[in-house]
Design a protein around this ligand. Structure first.
Ligand SMILES: [Zn+2]
Length: 350
C-alpha cells in the first residue's frame, strides 16, 4: 500500500533488481534530444505514473489468494468476473503465504500487455473488501516491498523471475534492430525524439533511417530517371534537411534499405540538389534561386540576398553530407515558404 506514498516522490522507487536504463538501451547518450517539456527520462516516467496512479484508475484486475486444503500451498487466482466465480482462473501456485511471489506472478501474468489505465488489486480472499496491496502495472509497483533476498529465494526455489522485458506495460519503449550492425536498440519514446536515437556501436540512427528512407523513396525517380515521381525533388530535399537538422544528423547516420544499393543517402541528396527547381547551380559555382522566386523577391533586395546566401550555405552543407543543424532546418523551412509565396503570387497575377 505504500506505493501511493512513493508516487508523490520525484524519483522512481528503488527496486531489488537491475532494470534497463530509463532512457533506453544501446544509445549514444550525447545524441539524445528530450521531447518538449521533458526534463529527464526518469522524470517523464515519474510524471506518467502520477498521472495514471492506481487510485485514479477506473479499471482494475482483482487477484486473490486461495489457500490449499493442507495450507501448505496457495493459489494466486484472478477474478475475471466478480459476479461469476466459476470464471476465475489460477495464475500460479506457491508455497505458503508469499506476497512477493504473488506480485511477480501478477506481473508475469500480463507481460507484454498495455496496462496504463488498469491497476492491480491483490486481496486476501475473493470477496475481501480491502486489498492487501494495490498498484500500477509497472516494475516499481509490482516489486514494491520485495527484497533482494526474496528475488534470490524465488528464483532458486521456484524458478520464478520477473519477466522484465515484458513489463513495459505503459509502452514507454520503442524497439528496433540497428539496420547496420544488428544491435538491439530501444528508446523511451515519451521522453525523447526517437529520431535522435543513435546506435552506440556504429553511429547509425535506426528510426530516422527508416522514416527518411520511405520519404526519399517517393522522390527516387528524380535521381534514377525511372518510375513515377510522387514527391518533387525540392520537397524531398528540403523535408529531409529539416528532419536531419532537427536532430543534428548527417547523411552518414543513415542506413538505407529503402533505396537501391548503389544510391547511398548522400548520393540521393546530391541527386535531389542537382534536380532541384528551386536551387539551380549557377555557372560560377554558386547556387541561384528559381526565376519565379527571384522575381517575387525583386522588390526587396535585402531579402533576396539573405535568402540566396542561406540557400548557398545549405547547398554546400548538402554536398558535404552535413551534419545539419537547427539553422539548416530553419533555412529549409524558409525556402519552402518563400517558394510557396512566390507560386501563390504568380497564380494571383495570372
Ligand atoms: Zn549499429
Amino acid at each position: 500500500m505504500n506505493d501511493l506514498i512513493r508516487l508523490s516522490d520525484v524519483h522512481l522507487p528503488a527496486v531489488p533488481i537491475v532494470l534497463p536504463p530509463h532512457e533506453g538501451q544501446n544509445l549514444e547518450a550525447s545524441a539524445l534530444i528530450l521531447t518538449h517539456g521533458a526534463k529527464s527520462a526518469e522524470q517523464v516516467i515519474v510524471d506518467f505514473r502520477n498521472r495514471y496512479s492506481p487510485e485514479s484508475q477506473r479499471w482494475f484486475r482483482r487477484y486473490y489468494l486461495k489457500a490449499h486444503r493442507n495450507r501448505d500451498r496457495t493459489s494466486l487466482r484472478y477474478a475475471w468476473n466478480l459476479d461469476i466465480p466459476s470464471t476465475d482462473r489460477t495464475v500460479g501456485i506457491f508455497k505458503g503465504d508469499d506476497l512477493a511471489a504473488a506480485q511477480i506472478l501478477i506481473g508475469n501474468n500480463m507481460a507484454g500487455a498495455w496496462m496504463s489505465s488498469i491497476s492491480w488489486h491483490l486481496c486476501e480472499d475473493r470477496d475481501g473488501d480491502e486489498p492487501v496491496a494495490i498498484g500500477r502495472f509497472d516494475p516499481w509497483s509490482l516489486l514494491q516491498d520485495i527484497t533482494p533476498a526474496d528475488i534470490v529465494r524465488l528464483r532458486d526455489a521456484r524458478g520464478l523471475v520477473p519477466n522484465i522485458e515484458g513489463w513495459d506495460f505503459d509502452n514507454f519503449y520503442m524497439h528496433r534492430k540497428c539496420p547496420s550492425c544488428g544491435q538491439k536498440i530501444s528508446i523511451n519514446m515519451f521522453a525523447f525524439n526517437i529520431d535522435s536515437a543513435q546506435c552506440n556501436k556504429c553511429g547509425v540512427r535506426p528510426f530516422l533511417s527508416c522514416a527518411l528512407g520511405r520519404l526519399l523513396h517517393l522522390a527516387l525517380p528524380a535521381v534514377t530517371g525511372q518510375g513515377e515521381q510522387i514527391l518533387s525533388a525540392d520537397q524531398a530535399l528540403l523535408n529531409t534537411v529539416e528532419w536531419l537538422g532537427d536532430v543534428n544528423a548527417g547523411t552518414d547516420h543513415l542506413h538505407q534499405e529503402e533505396l537501391p544499393e548503389h544510391i547511398t543517402p548522400h548520393l540521393m541528396l546530391e541527386g535531389l540538389l542537382k534536380n532541384s527547381r528551386l536551387l539551380a547551380a549557377a555557372p560560377e559555382g554558386r547556387f541561384a534561386l528559381a526565376p519565379t522566386v527571384m522575381n517575387h523577391l525583386a522588390d526587396n533586395q535585402d531579402s533576396a540576398s539573405m535568402v540566396i546566401g542561406a540557400a548557398n550555405l545549405l547547398a554546400k552543407t548538402i554536398q558535404e553530407g552535413g551534419p545539419f543543424t537547427d539553422t539548416h532546418a530553419a533555412t529549409a523551412r524558409l525556402l519552402q515558404l518563400v517558394e510557396r509565396d512566390a507560386l501563390k503570387a504568380l497564380k494571383e497575377l495570372n
